[in-house]
Design a protein around this ligand. Structure first.
Ligand code: ADP
Ligand code: MG
Length: 310
């Protein structure tokens, strides 16, 4: 296991008796791209605010890079880049001036900062408009500037809260690529979202929040396997024709639990991905194999199942 950069223990936030986050136990390792999922109101933003020391937990503990954000908020903020749901920039300053402001806050040397700001504005596709006031920017441009702001800082972690809200499809693609680039630079990312395909594209591990509770936490494929049926893989084999011989042959493969035929497709339940052994058995039985696929776990199925349990 790598180094833990985020660790919460029984972390709880109540607002006037209403529990927004309930006994959250979360561990995130350095370098992870963690998808933090949940419907609106699930408690994602509240969790981020506690991780940043921007709101105080009602009970429980938080560690970010080994520090306690309720006591060392400034040190934590130095390690973390944060893109809030609504990015706030000085509208009457240019893109470049806004980033210079960030660089000053982070005590960067002026010449070093200027080089980096230019490079980063290029990365996020704002080089042409860097001397325009941010007040003239679209939502997508401001969001890209928010990502530039994080990149200037070169933090160890980045907390991104619904970074694609209100952005057109092309813009979304740009932003997802930039986030993926953060991961490649070794930044640990927490990507909060309720948009499942975006999370599935970027993250291998997810946590699902529902009504303040973390109802699932793990690798998408593992959660998927648990949902599909404890430990069962569903494999489909398309044949030119199905006869009793081929069904018997596939049933004979060790690890295969069930075989059903629907027209010329075999639906196979197996304890693991046995495509190799199954295709050999099919061919040896004399049947013609046209194609085979293993069921992919989609995040939507996982999400629905766990959210409804909460
Ligand atoms: N400052 C606040 N005062 C009272 N209730 C709040 C406050 N902030 C958030 N909440 C409530 O806490 C719950 C979780 O909110 P939030 O963390 O923003 O969810 P998410 O980011 O997952 O949409 C919601 O029901 C919200 O209304
Ligand atoms: Mg939120």
């Amino acid at each position: 296991m790598g180094q833990l950069v985020v660790e919460t223990t029984e972390l709880t936030k109540r607002y006037n008796g209403f529990t927004a986050v309930n006994s959250l136990n979360l561990k995130i390792e350095e370098g992870e791209m963690f998808g933090f999922l949940g419907a609106n109101g699930a408690g994602k933003t509240t969790t981020l605010l506690m991780l940043l020391g921007l709101t105080e937990p009602t009970s429980g503990t938080v560690r970010v890079c080994g520090m306690d954000p309720t006591r060392d908020a400034r040190d934590v903020k130095r390690q973390v880049g944060y893109l809030p749901e609504r990015v706030g920039f000085y509208e009457d300053l240019t893109a470049r001036q806004n980033l210079q402001f960030t660089a000053n806050l982070n005590h960067m040397r002026r010449t070093e900062a200027e080089e980096k700001i230019d490079a980063v504005l290029g990365t996020v596709g704002l080089a042409r408009v860097k001397d325009q006031n941010v007040g003239t920017f679209s939502k997508g441009m401001k969001q890209r500037l928010g990502i530039a702001d994080i990149l200037v800082k070169e933090p160890r972690l980045a907390f991104l809260d619904e970074p694609t809200t209100g952005i057109d499809p092309n813009g979304i693609d740009d932003i997802l690529k930039l986030i993926s680039g953060m991961g490649k630079r070794g930044i640990t990312v927490i990507f909060c979202s309720h948009i499942l395909p975006q999370v599935q594209r970027l993250c291998s591990r997810v946590g699902i929040m529902s009504k303040g509770n973390l109802v699932a936490d793990g690798a998408i494929d593992r959660l998927g396997r648990e949902v599909v049926a404890a430990g069962k893989f569903r494999i489909e084999a398309e044949l030119e024709g199905v006869g009793p011989d081929v069904i018997a042959a596939v049933r004979g493969v060790k690890g295969v639990h069930e075989v059903d035929a629907i027209e010329s497709t075999l639906i196979i339940a197996a304890e693991s991905d046995l495509r190799g052994q199954i295709s050999r058995a099919i061919i040896e039985s004399g049947a013609l194999l046209l194609g085979m696929k293993v069921e992919e776990y989609d995040l939507e199925t996982i999400f629905k199942r766990y959210s409804s349990e909460a």
